[in-house]
Design a protein around this ligand. Structure first.
Ligand code: WTA
Length: 677
């Protein structure tokens, strides 16, 4: 099998083994010197070039993780002070520290150091929602100036190191710039996806006590506009800690501006000084908070710290996308999710790459939009989600056929398992069987890609994320908590050794961090996913094993959705499960018990009202596709809802429901089956 894979690897396009020079300076330098400084350049052994090299590098990374990461950190980044220790950890506490004692600023690594060699190179291409609006090319020099001006505006408004700033901005350049401006001055950014509702926004603002919100007057999304500022105003009714709202102009709508609180961003930027001395941060200072859904309770504010995150994102970006100096890289995710943080902003910029930010949607003005953008900007790496691939695969092939996609070298997939059909469609019609597909498995919590092929090295197989990246030690566990050794096993996916980009805690709730990730299996990080390892050691992710459902690539916890439904005055109880959906991967199915008030209610209206409540509490992405009204929910004798049974019924598979006779209310199962939608 290995031989076969080697052969397959050789049959891929063979790259010239050009290398990329990254800079390392151990000397402290001031920012004004940065652009003049003759960076000491070093050839770095950074790019994995074939399968044998991958295995060599991987073995080294497991044998001696500290030396492995130390060399990468040493050779490829700018440090103000070297670390005292590479790694200290205790997974029982849990506490993990990478590069402790080091001092740095991540924006010097993402921007300043490129000014000398790549000042005029495009850092960010902004492709607007409307194809007739001109794309913007932001050079590294221009990005430096914009970030510095923005950073000075933040400082002028009292933001300092350690303060939390909420960023609720659509996919416009100000989003990337505001993130980097926070990092420049050591403020902790908390980006909230600009599709979340006002309630979801206020929960996140309050959870980490943000002092400021950055937003825009509105956003474009296909042929719609969204009143973002209105959502912020509503959210802030319950957020006393927010003193300032900076508003970028995007849709030019008339909006309400609260006196002394709301300020238009542009005039402030115009007046601000164009340079800003970066705040020098400790390696383990928090860089950002990003919320992710849990199976229970409020969203978890995952905290990522500075040095380890930077090193890991940069290294994985370089290898997983085999990035070369003249490539144009495009990840279609929203920066509001971890994929955008790590692989639109930090990973690409740390490598001096050109990264494309797309404001629009795949279906506007028509289903050829992605392919048109690839042709227009000669995109070389294209990274998207299976849900988008499935939606586009449903459309006529001439949407893709009419564009020149020959610039593409590598295709990526992220966010959920990619089914075989979608994989083949992507491979045949977009990659023209000439571009390796990297099926990248990772999580908000992991900070960066964990299991993925390395293009042109790892032979790919549909539905397999294949092999762990260097430094990553996966383990599969059985239900009793034993690690399953050897190949051809199927279990719960854990990671048994720390890696630099792992989230260090949940904001203000270390106990929950420990319980969620480090309690199921002692000394292992538990991912919440199931996976199998095949006969050659390849991993295939089989899906969540907890109550998180991935809908169109977005993680949704069932508990918060049920809490929202239960807010409806007519609802007594509810249970939400996932069921397979052609495009979204999973869709949501709700079983709802209505209070017996003697009144009859219009069922369709109720369904609409329930979905509206969900949209208000969480966002439209969490709306239910199907709502079945039931008189009871199957429960164990201890009162726990048997979701496994409800899931099977929603999936239309009632053949093997197991023994239902031990339920508290077995009679309800038949009723649920009889009325399934
Ligand atoms: C799922 C997204 C299968 C998985 C980066 C994980 C995947 C969750 C894949 C994290 C993949 C992500 N194959 N499943 N290639 N990538 N997942 O935090 O269930 O939004 O736990 O991070 O998405 O989603 P999150």
């Amino acid at each position: 099998m290995l031989m076969l894979r080697k052969k397959m690897a050789r049959s891929y396009k063979n790259f010239s083994t050009d290398f990329v020079i990254l800079s390392f300076i151990s000397l402290a330098f001031t920012p004004s010197e940065a652009s003049n400084h003759k960076f000491k350049s070093k050839m770095s052994n950074y790019h994995i070039k074939n399968l044998e090299e991958y295995f060599q590098v991987y073995r080294k990374s497991v044998r001696d993780p500290e030396t492995f990461w130390e060399e990468i950190a040493e050779e490829n980044f700018v440090w103000r002070k070297r670390w005292d220790s590479v790694l200290k950890y205790d997974l029982e506490k849990p506490e993990v520290k990478w590069f402790e004692g080091a001092k740095l600023n991540i924006t010097e690594n993402c921007i300043d150091r490129h000014l000398y060699t790549r000042g005029d190179k495009t850092a960010i291409i902004f492709e607007p929602n409307d194809p007739s609006e001109k794309a913007e090319h932001i050079s590294y020099r221009n990005l430096h100036e914009r970030v510095c001006r923005f950073a000075n505006v933040l400082k002028d408004h009292g933001i300092k190191k350690g303060d939390r700033v909420c960023i609720y901005v659509p996919m416009i350049p100000e989003l990337a710039v505001s993130i980097l401006a926070c990092a420049r001055i050591g403020a902790i950014h908390s980006v909230v996806f600009a599709g979340f509702s006002s309630k979801a926004l206020s929960t996140r603002i309050n959870d980490c006590d943000c002092k400021m919100v950055i937003t825009s007057d509105g956003s474009f999304r296909g042929n719609k506009t969204i009143d973002l500022k209105g959502i912020v105003d509503e959210a802030l009714e319950s957020c006393d800690g927010v003193k300032t709202v900076l508003v970028a102009k995007r849709i030019n709508s008339e909006i309400y501006m609260k006196v002394n609180r709301d300020k238009w961003l542009q005039p402030l930027l115009d007046e601000a000084f164009h340079d800003c001395v970066p705040e020098i941060m400790d390696a383990e200072d928090p860089l950002f908070i990003l919320y992710t859904s849990g199976s229970t309770g409020k969203p978890k504010g995952m905290v990522h710290t500075t040095a380890g995150y930077m090193v890991y994102c940069a290294y994985t970006f370089k290898n997983v996308f085999q990035y070369r100096e003249d490539d144009v890289y495009w990840c279609t995710a929203d920066i509001g999710w971890i994929t955008g943080h790590s692989y639109i902003v930090y990973g690409p910029l740390a490598n001096g790459a050109t990264t494309l930010m797309f404001e629009g949607v795949p279906s506007y003005p028509d289903f050829g939009r992605f392919w048109q953008v690839i042709e227009k900007h000669k995109v070389s790496q294209f990274y998207t989600a299976p849900t988008a691939i499935r939606a586009l695969a449903k459309e006529r092939l001439d949407f893709s056929d009419k564009y020149d996609l020959t610039s593409l070298k590598i295709l990526g997939s992220v966010g959920e398992p990619i089914n075989e059909e979608a994989w083949h469609w992507y491979n045949d019609n977009i990659g023209k069987k000439n571009c390796p597909i990297v099926d990248t498995w990772w999580q908000t919590e992991t900070g960066g890609i964990m299991i993925s092929p390395i293009p042109y090295s790892t032979p790919t197989i549909p539905t397999y994320a294949t092999l762990p990246l260097p430094g990553i030690q996966p383990a599969l566990m059985d239900e009793e908590g034993n690690e399953l050794k050897g190949n051809l096993v199927d279990g719960r996916l854990c990671i048994k050794f720390p890696w630099p980009a792992m989230a260090r805690t949940i904001w203000d709730d270390h106990k929950r961090y420990k319980e969620t990730y480090f309690s199921a299996y002692k000394n292992y990080y538990f991912t919440g996913d199931g996976a199998l390892r095949d006969s050659t050691g390849y991993y295939r992710i089989t899906g969540r094993v907890d109550d998180v459902i991935i809908v169109s690539g977005h993680n949704l916890g069932t508990a918060p959705i049920e809490d929202a439904i239960n807010e409806h005055p007519a609802v007594a109880e509810s249970a939400v499960v996932g069921f397979p959906h052609d495009i979204k991967g999973n869709a949501l199915y709700g079983y709802v018990i209505i209070k017996d008030t003697g009144e009859s209610r219009d069922r369709d209206n109720l369904r609409k009202e329930i979905n509206q409540i969900i949209a208000d509490h969480i966002g439209p992405i969490a709306k239910l596709d199907k709502i079945q009204f039931v008189s009871g929910l199957p429960k164990t004798r201890s009162g726990k809802i048997m979701r496994r049974i409800l899931r099977k019924i929603a999936e239309g598979d009632t053949s093997n429901l197991g023994d239902t006779s031990t339920l508290l209310n077995p009679e309800v199962v038949q009723e649920v089956i009889d009325n399934v939608l």
